[in-house]
Design a binder for this molecule. Sequence first.
Ligand code: NAD
Ligand code: 6OD
Length: 486
Amino acid sequence: MGQAEIMNFVDGAFVTGASTFDKLSPVDGQVTATVHEAGRAEVDAAVRAARRALDGPWGRTSVADRARVLRRIADRIEERFEDFVEAEVRDTGKPVAQARQLDVARAVANFRSFADTVSASGLDSYLTELPGGHRALNYAIAQPLGVVAVIVPWNLPLLLLTWKVAPALACGNAVVVKPSEETPSTATLLAEVMADAGVPAGVYNVVHGFGPSSAGEFVTTHEGIDGVTFTGESGTGSAIMRAVAPAVRPVSFELGGKNAAIVFADADLDKAVDGLSRSVFANTGQVCLCTERVYVQRPVYDDVVAGLVAKARQLRLGRPEHPDTTTGPLISVAHREKVLSYLALARDEGAETLVGGGVPDLGPDLASGAWVEPTLWAGLDHGARTVREEVFGPVAALIPFDHEEDAVRLANDTRYGLAAAVWTQNLERGHRVAQRMRVGVAWVNTWFLRDLRSPFGGVGLSGIGREGGRHSLHFYTQPTNVCVQL
Ligand code: NAD
Ligand code: 6OD
């Protein structure tokens, strides 16, 4: 695989940066790309280009025109589907099949879904009755939020980027995108697609780099941005809030999670174990929605443990292009250090490691990759740090419970609140327990099943606001109410 050169995209042109950094493959540690890191000057140029685009014809496009642009972008991504798959796999090491079925397919769906949503959207209007038989008409119009900073992580890079860029453009904004330093490729490829789909220069800009003292900080502290939409760690969200506080800019945050699954004794155990296996190990546990705490009702605890351990043993770690591979590496050796520190901590906290617990031996070719074994723990106390802190790897703690009330209390006893999954064949119980979860997204007998029109986000440390369907339109627009005395 050749080494790519990845540039910033500013005002419709690819530009170099203040410096460069190497992007390493998480599969084998080889350098796969040289990335141009944006300095303050490139970020400033990107923000100014976005403002000019808003002041130009893009700022006057109709909803119907923007919906057409979004559909063209989706078509262009489909035309270059395999290029996107290759780029995402090169950056993340995830299995090719997953990049096809989830990451790139969802990018296409994101643009089409928000084209539909914006086309069907409407705004408030009220005929206001006044004393003396007079009347007034109040109606709202939606203005774009403006120049929106879009900052995204490395786990589902294109999916999460387009989940924000699609509604932002649908609402007529211009964006300055800061992809993760670990996954610069697909945001850059998307720039080529934007130009092909007729998106005017300056509407979509990409600046590469890191967070603090780099492109991330430069964009969030820039006085020319009108809002920040961010997906990433809760601590980073906190830093971004501080950065935008002086200028009082709105934020939309999708942050970390320590998600629970609850398995009742009346669950269809085959389906539950299948679903749990996906929810713990998908994307090597690097999905914000992944389950890291599994509460199992005592009568079926041993069966669920045995079933999940068997599933973990069936996972095949290996090169992304190999058809048998189910599980890729973690994103980087640095992230693996964090995950390994939790594997060691779990042992110190008294965990019994049911499966995994270390670094697999995948032979000399992959020895410099960021590999870790899928791992399950039993015997951890609910108060253990490994049960309370987000690990963001292929790990989960299995914990027995006796009564529904206990499960609800344990699942909700967290500072996070992103997602939960309830497994039961008693639908009444399924609804009841799901509705009591203090989370943004609760699933019953499934996991990561998405309708892009539904609200998505988290409570507590897991985020601020909701995106999805009309919820996204709320964030990416500013309503102006016009009142006419009739
Ligand atoms: P991260 O917070 O380290 O980085 C995310 C992005 O923020 C990157 O582009 C990074 O360069 C940038 N960044 C870092 N510090 C910054 C700063 N001070 N100012 C501006 N930008 C900054 O997160 P990560 O490690 O890339 O991703 C993993 C985390 O993301 C996990 O906590 C996971 O749960 C969370 N996540 C949440 C969701 C969700 O929808 N709730 C989705 C995916 C990932
Ligand atoms: O499905 C989505 O829209 C979404 N935002 C998923 C987030 C996954 C977290 O890693």
